[in-house]
Write a protein that binds this ligand. Structure first.
Ligand code: HAS
Length: 536
């Protein structure tokens, strides 16, 4: 619950910053008191993309682990340590941005330089999340010892994979921050190797998006079936898709660097191929969700080609919000495939199309699923109930979000195709004809963004109601069972050593040669790690 408090405070602060941004970009609003556009853009990105997500995910995952494999007092104590390390780190980073000392955006690309406290705070967030991961692994280990020969509960298996992926991936950003950014911002190193830092960042940055997505998939695979009165289509398929995410999430970072000079095109091509591999588990998930919906509907007696759709509990916000998230992932995922296609990336890279893409994926698919989880998880944790009134408000919230995001993200996609850059404040670019074409879309963005902010205020209100004011009672923790006739899950799916070995082998394959190339070809005066020497 404490993790989730931080997530909702972040939602409010980050959402407010989002509102300010769309207003500035519309050209009809100027920020007061000398506040900088990049200051609020950084706060928006860091607080929503890094803080809200990580805190919500860890809180949700603790709930899943506690429910499925249990948590001991000692593990709970260590989890508090994780929470406080992360919260202190978040406060330090957010304060540094707020006072204008770290307007470097959430990707903190060098040569933009922030105050050292920005990086130190982020390091604490990552270290704290590792501690949480160690606790989760320990929880599963203890359970396995007590249940020899049994397959681990599906949700515990999924959490373990997600934290493994997160740990292996965040080593990259940890190295960049500890070895490059902190010494450089403290003045111990005079230079920073930009390409090395960006490569390390994107080694982390792409798995980061699956770290956000996989908890949503946990809910889709194992919780939504229960809410709709059905069963899990296939436990093995669900596990296999998570294993594939572990393999293919990490060795694909170059698809964010396709326009970057200094990386051999062959390796970009190889990582693009691997990117198309990571699409497969999402397609498996789409297949599995359709199967669950159809089988459940037909079992309830709804026939016809699409008649089974009628059985879905459209008036239950615990289902509706994640379902709209699923729908949004159809265009969101298609956009991702466009981004990953090398030539098309040249059209959309660094345009506001990319911003549209991630507002569909993380800010709709993932967030609407997180909202869907909130409606049952919070009352379950606080000993309250989801009343009809809150359910109704939740449905309204879901529609507000859908309308706001459709307008805002749609406008971003079109404007991006017309060439509008991302990460820029308002400008008419010297009165050019092309920039004039963007005006109407910027206005649409402002309208969509304002509607979204209303959605945020309503969601925070719902959160407060669920936490403190809804009637006392018991709310179900909905975990589905598997279909009776599904084939038994093979035990080799839990061969952790093999999965980790394959993951490391794929990473070494995708990164070793290009990394050596990058270092060998770095321009003079740009050593990969100019530390602790310092030339000055
Ligand atoms: Fe992405 C940029 C490629 C998925 C987030 N992405 C970003 C950035 C973010 C982000 C934040 O290749 C910006 C980073 C920055 O600041 O620079 N992305 C992909 C690909 C996928 C993908 C191939 N992205 C995501 C997800 C994200 C996310 C998920 C967050 C959660 N992305 C890229 C690329 C870039 C990029 C390039 C760099 C662009 C550039 O140049 O800068 C794939 O994983 C997508 C696969 C998904 C599918 C969809 C499956 C559909 C499902 C729903 C089924 C629906 C049902 C309901 C069942 C193929 C599972 C239906 C029911 C009915 C009744 C109809």
């Amino acid at each position: 619950m404490s993790f989730i408090y931080v997530a909702f405070i972040s939602l409010f602060i980050g959402g407010l910053m989002g509102l300010l941004q769309v207003l500035v970009r519309s050209g009809s609003f100027t920020l007061p008191w000398g506040i900088g556009y990049y200051q609020i853009l950084t706060l928006h990105g860091v607080v929503l993309a890094l803080v809200l997500t990580t805190f919500f995910i860890l809180g949700f995952q603790y709930a899943l682990m506690g429910k499925t494999v249990g948590i001991s007092d000692k593990q709970r104590k260590v989890s508090w340590l994780a929470f406080w390390i992360m919260t202190v780190g978040t406060t330090i980073t957010a304060a540094t941005i707020l006072v204008g000392k770290a307007s470097v955006l959430y990707t903190f690309y060098a040569p933009l330089k922030a105050h050292p406290l920005f990086y130190i705070g982020l390091t604490l967030v990552i270290v704290g999340s590792w501690v949480a991961g160690f606790v989760n692994w320990r929880q599963l280990y203890v359970w396995k010892k007590a249940h020899p020969g049994e397959k681990s509960p599906l949700l515990a298996f999924m959490v373990t994979i997600n934290m493994l992926m997160w740990f292996i991936a965040s080593l990259g950003v940890a190295i960049a921050v500890l070895v490059q950014f902190i010494p450089w911002s403290l003045g111990y190193a005079e230079t920073i190797n930009v390409l090395v830092s960006r490569t390390l960042f994107w080694y982390f940055g792409h798995p980061l998006v699956y770290f956000w997505l996989l908890p949503a998939y946990m809910a889709w695979y194992a919780i939504i079936p229960k809410i709709i009165g059905g069963k899990i289509f296939s436990d093995s398929l669900a596990r296999l898709s998570f294993v594939l995410f572990l393999f293919f999430s990490i060795p694909v970072g170059f698809h964010h660097q396709l326009t970057e000079p200094g990386i051999d095109p062959t390796w970009k091509f190889i990582q693009v191929v691997l990117t198309f591999m990571v699409v497969i588990p999402s397609l498996m998930t789409a297949f599995s969700m359709f199967a669950t919906f159809e089988i459940t509907g037909r079992r309830k007696g709804y026939g016809g080609l699409f008649g089974w759709l009628k059985h879905l509990p459209w008036k239950d916000v615990r289902f509706l919000a994640p379902f709209i998230g699923m729908l949004a992932f159809i265009p969101g995922g298609a956009g991702g495939i466009i981004n990953a296609s090398h030539q098309m990336n040249a059209v959309v890279h660094n345009t506001i199309w990319v911003t549209g893409h991630f507002h569909l994926t993380v800010a709709t698919t993932v967030i609407l699923t997180f909202f869907g989880i909130t409606y049952w998880l919070i009352p379950h944790l606080t000993g309250r109930t989801l009343t009809k009134e809150i359910n109704r408000l939740g449905i309204i919230q879901t529609f507000i979000w859908t309308i706001g995001m459709t307008i805002m993200s749609g406008a971003m996609h079109i404007q991006g195709l017309l060439g509008a850059p991302r990460r820029s404040s308002y400008s008419d670019y010297g009165g050019t004809e092309q920039a004039a074409e963007w005006g109407a879309y910027q206005m649409a963005q402002a309208i969509g963004g304002t509607i979204l902010f209303v959605g945020i205020v309503l969601m925070v209100y719902i959160f407060i109601k669920l936490t403190f004011f809804s009637p006392k009672g018991e709310e179900e923790f909905p975990i589905a069972e598997e279909e009776e006739d599904a084939p038994a899950t093979p035990m080799w799916l839990e061969n952790w050593k093999l999965w980790i070995a394959i993951t490391i082998a794929l990473i070494l394959f995708a990164y070793t040669i290009p990394f050596v190339d990058i270092i060998q070809n770095s321009p003079p005066g740009s050593p990969p790690f100019d530390w602790p020497i310092g030339n000055s």
